[in-house]
Design a binder for this molecule. Structure first.
Ligand code: SF4
Length: 480
C-alpha cells in the first residue's frame, strides 16, 4: 500500500522562498533536533555542522537554505515563527558566533565553518541532500536527510525502512478511495458518482473529523488570502541583491484607482465592483500571483501549492474563482483545495513535484494543472473535464526548465506564477468547451511524459542555476 498523501501535505503553511530548499531543510533540522533530544540529549552536544550537497549547495544561499537550517536547529516552527524577526535572529547568530540549540542550549556556531556548501558533491538518492554532524565529547553522529520537493523530507532511515518493507505488512491506514493513477481516481468517481473533491474529503475524513477538516481547509485559504493581501500592500525591493522591485503594490493601486478601503473585506468588495472587463480580470489574476511570490521571495509566510516557488498560481486562480466566477462559499473554496490536491497527489505519485528532479514543469506546471482541475470542477461539475483541464495545463508546461537568476526565487519565478495561473484558466475553459471522451492525451499519459522529460532534462536546468537565464544574466550569486 502506498503512503497516504493528504491535502495538507500539498498545502503546507511555510516560510519563503522555497519548499525544497527552505521548508524541507527547516523540517530536516527540526527532525535532527528530535533525534538529538531522543537519543543524545541536548546538553551533550558540543557542536552541529551542516553539510549541504548538490542543488542545496548550488542555490541554497539564494533560496535561504542556510537560514532555514539555523532556524530549525533553534527549534523555530515555520508555521508559527514571526517572519519579521527571522533576519535579526540570523544576523545575531552570525555576529555572536552562537546558536541556541532548541532555543536553550548555547553552541559555538561560526556560520562560515558550521554550514558548508559542497557544490561539487552530491548524494545518490536525491539532488537535495543535507547532513547534520552532531559532535559530543565521545562521538559524532551523522543524520542525513533528503528534501524531495514540496517540503517533503526523507531520512536515510526512511529509505532503508522502505526497502525493508517491500514484503512487510504496511502500517499505513487504508483509505476508502485509494488511488495512484488518474485511472484509479476516475474509477472511484464513476463508481460512486462522487466529485473529485468528494473523494478527497472522504479519504481525509478517515484521519480528521469533518469539522476539523473544514477548519483546517479554511485556515489554509485564509493564509493564502492574507499573503495576497500583504503582497498587494507592501512596496519596495526584494532581498537578495538583484534589486527586483515589487510590482503587486503599484498594480493594486493602479487597478483600484486610489479608491479608499479599510480592510481585506472592503478591498475584495472594491475589486469585485470593478467589473468583468477581460483586461481588468487578467491584471488582477497577475496581481494576485505576483503578490504571493513577492512575499515568498521576501521570506514571508506562504502556503506550498504544491511548492513555494509555485505558491502564487493556486491562490490567484482561487481568488479569481471567488471574485469573478461568483463561487464565494466556504464549501466551494474547500472543494477547490481538495480537487487541486488530488491532481498534485497524482503528479507526486507518477512523476515529481521537485524542480531539482524535473525542472519548473514539476513546480509551475503541476500547480497550473492543479488549479485548472479545481476551477473546472467549480464551473463544470464533470470529473472527466477536470482531469482533462489538468492534462491540458501540464501539456503546455512540458519541458519547462528551472533556471533561477542569482539562485534566487525571483526571476523567472515570480512572473512565471502569473503565466501558470493564466494557463490554468485557459485550460479550464478549453476543457469546459470540449468532450473529454474524444481527448487523445490522458492525464496519466502526460504525467508519464513529464516524468520521462524530467529524466532526460540536463541537470543544468534542475534548480542548479548552472544554465538558462541564470547564466545569461551576469549577476553573481547573491547573499541573503
Ligand atoms: S524556475 Fe520554477 S522551479 Fe525553478 S525556482 Fe523558479 S519557480 Fe521554482
Amino acid at each position: 500500500m502506498e503512503k497516504f498523501i493528504s491535502v495538507f501535505d500539498m498545502f503546507k503553511i511555510a516560510v519563503g522562498p522555497s519548499s525544497s530548499h527552505t521548508l524541507g531543510p527547516w523540517v530536516a533540522a527540526r527532525r535532527c533536533l528530535d533525534k538529538i533530544q531522543q537519543s543524545i540529549g541536548l546538553e551533550n552536544v558540543l557542536s552541529v555542522k551542516v553539510l549541504l550537497y548538490g542543488s542545496l549547495a548550488k542555490t541554497g544561499k539564494g533560496h535561504g537554505t542556510d537560514m532555514a537550517v539555523m532556524m530549525g536547529l533553534m527549534g523555530e516552527d515555520p508555521i508559527t515563527t514571526d517572519t519579521q524577526l527571522i533576519m535579526s535572529k540570523i544576523n545575531a547568530i552570525k555576529m555572536n558566533h552562537s546558536l541556541l540549540l532548541n532555543g536553550v542550549h548555547a553552541l559555538l556556531f561560526i556560520y562560515e565553518d558550521h554550514i558548508q556548501f559542497l557544490k561539487d558533491q552530491s548524494l545518490p538518492h536525491h539532488p537535495n541532500a543535507l547532513s547534520f554532524i552532531v559532535q559530543t565529547e565521545l562521538e559524532a553522529f551523522t543524520f542525513t536527510y533528503y528534501s524531495i520537493g514540496g517540503g517533503f523530507i526523507e531520512s536515510e532511515m526512511d529509505i532503508a525502512t522502505k526497502l525493508n518493507q517491500k514484503n512487510a505488512v504496511s502500517e499505513e491506514k487504508e483509505m476508502p478511495f485509494n488511488f495512484i493513477t488518474t485511472n484509479d481516481l476516475l474509477h472511484w468517481c464513476m463508481k460512486t458518482g462522487m466529485s473529485i473533491s468528494d473523494i478527497i474529503r472522504e479519504n481525509e475524513k478517515t484521519i480528521l473529523e469533518e469539522t476539523l477538516l473544514n477548519k483546517e481547509l479554511d485556515h489554509i485559504w485564509q493564509t493564502m488570502l492574507d499573503c495576497i493581501y500583504k503582497g498587494c500592500h507592501t512596496e519596495g525591493t526584494l532581498p537578495g541583491g538583484l534589486q527586483v522591485r515589487r510590482r503587486a503594490f503599484e498594480l493594486n493601486k493602479k487597478l483600484l484607482k486610489d479608491q479608499h478601503y479599510t480592510d481585506q473585506k472592503s478591498w475584495l468588495d472594491l475589486i469585485q465592483k470593478g467589473g468583468t472587463d477581460f483586461k481588468y480580470i487578467l491584471d488582477w489574476v497577475s496581481c494576485f500571483a505576483l503578490a504571493v511570490n513577492e512575499e515568498n521571495a521576501s521570506f514571508g509566510r506562504v502556503v506550498t501549492a504544491p511548492t513555494n516557488g509555485a505558491a502564487g498560481v493556486i491562490p490567484s486562480v482561487l481568488l479569481y474563482t471567488i471574485l469573478f466566477c461568483n463561487k464565494n462559499t466556504p464549501s466551494a473554496i474547500r472543494n477547490f483545495l481538495c480537487t487541486a490536491s488530488a491532481i498534485g497527489i497524482l503528479f507526486k505519485n507518477g512523476a515529481t513535484i521537485s524542480a531539482a528532479m524535473g525542472g519548473c514543469q514539476a513546480e509551475i506546471g503541476v500547480s497550473s494543472a492543479m488549479a485548472a482541475a479545481a476551477l473546472t470542477e467549480a464551473l463544470g461539475d464533470n470529473q472527466k473535464q477536470s482531469l482533462m483541464a489538468a492534462e491540458i495545463a501540464m501539456e503546455h508546461h512540458l519541458g519547462l526548465t528551472c533556471d533561477p537568476v542569482g539562485g534566487l526565487v525571483q526571476i523567472p519565478c515570480i512572473e512565471r506564477n502569473t503565466m501558470g495561473a493564466i494557463k490554468a484558466i485557459t485550460a479550464a475553459q478549453l476543457a469546459l468547451q470540449s468532450k473529454p471522451d474524444f481527448a487523445l492525451v490522458s492525464l496519466d499519459k502526460v504525467i508519464h511524459t513529464m516524468w520521462n522529460t524530467a529524466q532526460d532534462m540536463n541537470v543544468k536546468y534542475k534548480e542548479t542555476a548552472d544554465g538558462g537565464l541564470a547564466i545569461q544574466i551576469p549577476i553573481a550569486l547573491a547573499e541573503c
